[in-house]
Design a protein around this ligand. Structure first.
Ligand code: ADP
Ligand code: MG
Length: 243
């Protein structure tokens, strides 16, 4: 049984169709990378999964139950299971690193502060920031801030984490420390959706690579299949340009 089943999903901005017939099945622990030209619908797919844009047609089945994106309670539950990190990390500037990670679990969820703090410290250790827990965001590098954003997303204990170009805004020398963090998460069994232009990284960590173009899934396969032996001309063209 797949953890997440995306079935014939359609989405549009106003009346402009953006996703067409997107079907994708994800197992627990899968590292799914979405690749494809700019404007192909990768971010939109992640937004629909999070309920930030309502699907027009199709279904998302999470842990065996159909997600009702029109239901507030269902959305709240969904966002406990699925978290997203964007290119722009948007940390709270007036809060320390530790406070940034603790704020939603304590203030929104009402979880006990002691346990949240314990978990937050462990998460910050996982992303290599134990020594900066009392720093403010503007005292950190971009790479460190992005790692705080990842820890903050993990603080709600999601089972699926969506990472939308999280290294795209970083200076080159900071990309690797964030990729290292993602590599480590990948080895720990959480399901990841990765949108990234770091193709050698995508090739190394992914269990599935999904090539999208014009709002459709053109081809899905292992990194070897998609990069080395693409079956569709469109994939072949894309891959030949990026490798
Ligand atoms: P990708 O992440 O693959 O670059 P997007 O999902 O951002 O692609 O965009 C897919 C299409 O949807 C593009 O044609 C883009 O112009 C359009 N689009 C994205 N965001 C919006 C929006 N907020 N309003 C209208 N159109 C949008
Ligand atoms: Mg995008």
């Amino acid at each position: 049984m797949p953890q997440l089943d995306i079935i014939k999903l359609k989405a549009a901005y106003n009346d402009q169709p953006v996703l067409e017939n997107v079907t994708l099945s994800v197992e627990k622990g899968d590292i799914v990378s979405l690749i494809g030209p700019s404007g192909s619908g990768k971010s939109t797919l992640l937004r629909v999964l999070m309920g930030l844009l309502l699907p027009k047609e199709g279904q998302v089945v999470l842990e065996n139950s159909v997600v009702d994106y029109t239901n507030k309670n269902a959305l709240r539950q969904l966002r406990e299971s699925i978290a997203i990190v964007f290119q722009q990390y948007n940390l709270f500037q007036n809060m320390t690193v530790l406070e940034n990670v603790m704020i939603t679990p304590t203030k929104v969820k009402g979880w006990p502060k002691k346990q949240v703090e314990h978990d937050a410290r462990r998460l910050l250790e996982r992303v290599g920031l134990s020594h900066r827990i009392n720093a403010y965001p503007d005292q950190l590098s971009g790479g460190q801030q992005q790692r705080v954003a990842i820890a903050r997303a993990l603080a709600l204990k999601p089972t699926i984490l969506l990472l939308d170009e999280v290294t795209a805004a970083l200076d080159p020398e900071m990309v690797n420390e964030v990729l290292d963090t993602i590599r480590e998460l990948a080895s720990e069994g959480i399901t990841l959706f990765i949108v990234s232009h770091e193709m050698s990284f995508v090739r190394e960590v992914s269990s599935k690579v999904v090539f999208m173009a014009d709002g459709q899934v053109v081809e899905t396969g292992s990194p070897q299949q998609v990069f080395d032996a693409p079956t569709h001309e469109r994939t072949r063209q894309f891959v030949s340009k990026i490798l």
